[in-house]
Design a protein around this ligand. Structure first.
Ligand SMILES: Cc1cc2nc3c(=O)[nH]c(=O)nc-3n(C[C@H](O)[C@H](O)[C@H](O)COP(=O)(O)OP(=O)(O)OC[C@H]3O[C@@H](n4cnc5c(N)ncnc54)[C@H](O)[C@@H]3O)c2cc1C
Length: 419
């Protein structure tokens, strides 16, 4: 069986490795100049910065662990750092344990009491698809849904929880299916944020080094079905025929290729919205409270387009020169970007609002992540179903829009896809 995989992000490369280990002949086409898609670590004077993921949730014996072992990827965990939610004008610590939450000012007493009833809530059937906020309200109460959820979701999907489907975070339904979220979380155990040595970009580089043929700078432009059931893909003056084509592409890129061969799939994939976000990387003198922390997320109504800031120099000390604290601030997303956040001065003013002692930066750089994050709005389930059902034999589509937003979701989804 020969498979041509289109897209050399982590999804395409990890899928290729799975198929290669099964004995298939696999070739990957990547449109960009290097592999990785959003997962790239770029050099920055004396360190580096990430264009996409900052870390991966790892746990022994899981899909992430199995992939890291298969490609012998060295990685490390920064441990458990403090994190905050910006609310009511100041940063409030996120409690590290359920008992600590009881004393936290993050939520009202009523909200905390209702939250404790979660294990006693009935499990609802998977259908019909529920909204994310509705799901959290049903399981944990309105307090959690309105006071805590918005900043957490803004930090992952850069979008308001109220417009999203519960399928935006697939783990939620999986946990509920075990009887309750508390039970599901307890059963799945604790994951740790880890970063490969040398940054996240080492993951796709190492993956590609284990594969036979990975072509970069080669964009697939056209697909056609052959009379013998095989597929022909062409682009960049090249042409390849294969038994199977796997589109490991964002939904809108897959839609463009499928337009002439699978109208239903192309239409459904084209209807999946994506969110853009602005990333500001800045270097400062370390602040004792912040430098060994994960960072903070802002309660969206108060953030007004400023979603929060992480501390990459804590997660990956190689990212910044010694004695320097590196921040990464997230702007815009589906919340929109007010005029004051177009330039660094405005972003810095917002940072200073939440961290008044933060000093002027020694260096700043800006990256625009255009259509970077899928936005699984209510109705996502029907779109995914229509897209997959409409695919012709010998064609498949793999993506974080199908499996879930994080690298862990993708790698778990790929194992299920393979089984
Ligand atoms: C800013 C940001 C922060 C994130 N933070 C985290 C995090 O901390 N932890 C976490 O787990 N996840 C995080 N994520 C999510 C994670 O990065 C993504 O889910 C994952 O990288 C998506 O990988 P992918 O291969 O599916 O897609 P992509 O990375 O989009 O890769 C698709 C590839 O296909 C190529 N391509 C497109 N069209 C064609 C074509 N026609 N022919 C050939 N190739 C084509 C593209 O060039 C690209 O390389 C973050 C994402 C972003 C954007």
């Amino acid at each position: 069986m020969s498979t041509l995989i289109l897209g050399g992000g982590v999804t395409g490369l990890a899928a290729a490795l799975h198929l290669q280990r099964k004995g298939e002949s696999v070739e990957v086409w990547e449109a960009g100049a290097s592999v990785g898609g959003w997962m790239k670590t770029l050099p920055w004077e004396g360190g580096h910065f990430e264009t996409g993921p900052q870390g991966v949730l790892w746990q022994k014996g899981t899909a992430v662990d199995r992939l890291f072992s298969a490609i012998e990827l060295p990685f490390k965990s920064p441990g458990t750092g403090a994190r905050w939610v910006g609310k009511g004008g100041s940063l409030i610590p996120v409690p590290a344990s359920p008992p600590a939450l009881m004393f936290s000012p993050l939520m009202s007493v009523g909200a905390k009491l209702r939250m404790m009833l979660e294990p006693f809530q009935p499990v609802r059937p998977a259908e019909p698809e529920e909204g994310l906020s509705a799901f959290i309200t049903r399981r944990l109460g309105k307090g959690v849904a309105t006071e805590l959820l918005p900043s957490m979701i803004a930090g992952v999907l850069a979008a308001p929880a109220e417009i999203l489907s519960v399928d935006a975070i697939p783990k939620l339904r999986q946990w509920e299916a075990t009887g309750s979220l508390v039970n599901g979380i307890r059963k799945s155990g604790v994951s740790h944020m880890v970063v490969p040595e040398g940054g996240m970009g080492q993951l796709p580089i190492r993956l590609a080094s284990k594969l036979g043929t990975v072509r970069v700078g080669l964009r697939a432009e056209r697909m056609e079905a052959l009379s013998d059931g095989r597929w022909r893909v062409s682009g960049g003056g090249e042409m390849r025929e294969a038994d199977r084509v796997v589109l490991a592409l964002p939904a809108y890129e897959a839609a463009a290729l499928l337009g002439s061969v699978a109208h239903q799939s192309a239409e459904a994939l084209g209807a999946i919205p994506y969110t853009s976000v602005d990333l500001w990387h800045s270097r400062h003198a370390p602040l004792p409270a912040l430098k060994d922390s994960f960072g903070f997320l802002i309660h969206p109504p108060e953030g007004r387009g400023y979603l929060g800031s992480l501390v990459p120099s804590w997660m990956d000390p190689q990212s910044a020169p010694a004695g320097v604290m590196q921040l990464r601030s997230f702007i815009g997303g589906a919340f929109g970007k007010p005029a004051d956040l177009e330039a660094w001065e405005g972003v810095f003013a917002r940072l200073k609002h939440w961290v008044p002692t933060l000093g002027d930066p020694a260096a700043v750089r800006h990256e625009r992540a255009e259509r970077a994050i899928p936005r699984p709005e209510l109705g996502h389930r029907a779109r995914i179903k229509a897209a997959l059902e409409g695919l012709p034999a010998g064609v498949d589509w793999l993506s974080n829009a199908r499996f879930g937003p994080g690298v862990r979701d993708i790698l778990e989804g790929l194992e299920t896809w393979m089984s």
